[in-house]
Design a protein around this ligand. Sequence first.
Ligand code: PEP
Ligand code: MG
Length: 623
Amino acid sequence: MDSQTDIHISLRTHSSRSAAFEVFAPEVREGIPEESDSGEPPSQQMQPLSRKAPHKEKRFKGIPASPGIVIGQAVTFVVEPITIKQALIEPERVPAEIERFHHAIAECTAELHRTITMANDEAPVAAPILEAQLFMLNDPSVGAMVTEYIRKQYSADHAVQDVFDSQQAIMRHASDAYLRERAADLEHVKQRLLNFLANRNLVAPEIGEGSIVISESLTPSDVMLFRKSGMAAFATESSGITSHAAILARSMAMPSVVGLANVCKRIHTGTKLIIDGFAGIIITYPQPETLERYERRQQDLENKFRKLGKYASLPSQTLDGRKIHLFANADSPEEIEMARASGAEGIGLIRTELQLLERQIVPSEDEQTAFYKDLAERAYPLPITLRAFDIGSDKSFGLIPHEPNPALGLRGLRFLLKNRALFTAQVRAMLHASCHRNVRIMLPMITTVQEFQKALSLIEGCKATLRANGEDFDENIPVGAMIETPAAALIARELSAMADFFSIGTNDLTQYTLAADRMNAGVMAIFDTFHPAILRLLKMTIEAAQYSNIPVAVCGEFASHAAATELLVGMGINELSVAHTSLLDMKKRIRKVNFLATKTLSSEALTLATSSEVRKYLISATR
Ligand code: PEP
Ligand code: MG
């Protein structure tokens, strides 16, 4: 592509829309005063066309949608709106027009099937999105409405436009954010149909290896097909981070930034730029120092992932196909990004109390909402587990009165039920953050059924308040129980009837079962999760979860213990939540084991009488 030439090339694209790839040199803009970061008067930026002034480095701030850094050239992708020329038809044309509509449906269906096949190979996360579009395309009620319209002597194009627009209007006004976002899918389906009806030639654009596509918005198919022709990253004006393009980008580990107002007009094809998907910025005409800094960061990232990187995209399953969902424990937005980059399937534990302990104040409900929303959006569409404040014991906080034995005092749910205003504010903040339907609430330090029931009714009360205010939240937000006291494990059957999931906190389960303070170096030898008592409580908890058919995870440190993987898999654990730094190692281990063999191994381990026998057995059996 000749970046010195002032030309515009319009290309028909593969996708449903007609698009123009704008190709012209940055130099042609030299006479145009450009916004200055330094605030210099415009006169200083007006350059005669013959003299080439160096371009100033310029930053555009958007929303980080998918982490990573790419340095490359911009390709600006502008969508041309479709204009429908003929609205009305002669009565005798009606049957042919209905036929034309059905033909377009058949063609679009075939094209979507091809894209789905591609998605299954390259981006499995996109497949359900495209399947949903396929479903919308073939929805008989919409088909009937379009046919009815054509019978009233409207052209097929006009009928499609009107019917789809009215369906979209209904979706856009839905109180459910998820439904509102699906209106965009319907728009993509409509555009596909209109393109076929307009006989548009579908040609995949050649955009060049390593390009950064700048667009108003992108469809999931755009993302996949542009990637095939070399797109390394993209930036869009409108899409939110929950848009399918952004979801896809994250699943493909393709850096992207969204929400960049007016970039299409301000960044032209051929412009050199850096996209920083961590910070959500793009930098045009980077200065040598900036380039150097970003090249160094790229190198660091590459080194980090080179060793185990291949495991990030491989499925987490045993040799004989048993899925073990690998989740990450995260304490900050950055850790969520790192977890995603290492292929985490979700966030299994956010210790929300850390926010409170760091600042030594209780953040307001609005602050909590903003924080949880940010976390949930970074994780989206993966599930994220927000644990209610687990304060007390070693996580002491000014609000808790001095207790002679704090580990056995007001901790976790006990404290929350005594401080209902604080608990209520937190639950409301979590519910607000659930608007994208990917948040799970988890309750810590449970010892009785009543505690869990009380927490559930408080959550229901919070839902009622939000409902009455017309606020958007997940009515079906899963509420899980942490099993981290022997009492909780022993009443796991009863708890499993009320909880949506279990997560076993082996750190506390060990401390409370063995009466060995997890903070006391003097009893470290006693604090041993391989103790048969813990294994039996684990087994009991897993069986209760299986009885009620709810998922059961381990989120304590034991989950990433090298000698424990086979034991936990064999016992029937569905999910392991570990630090993001352990994810790739864990995946490697899981992919080497055989589920049937681990079942035998765990049954054998459960018959042993001491921790050292269990350890010895596991080490020798898995060597
Ligand atoms: C646990 O107890 O295992 C756990 C995950 O919670 P925390 O370490 O925060 O107490
Ligand atoms: Mg705990």
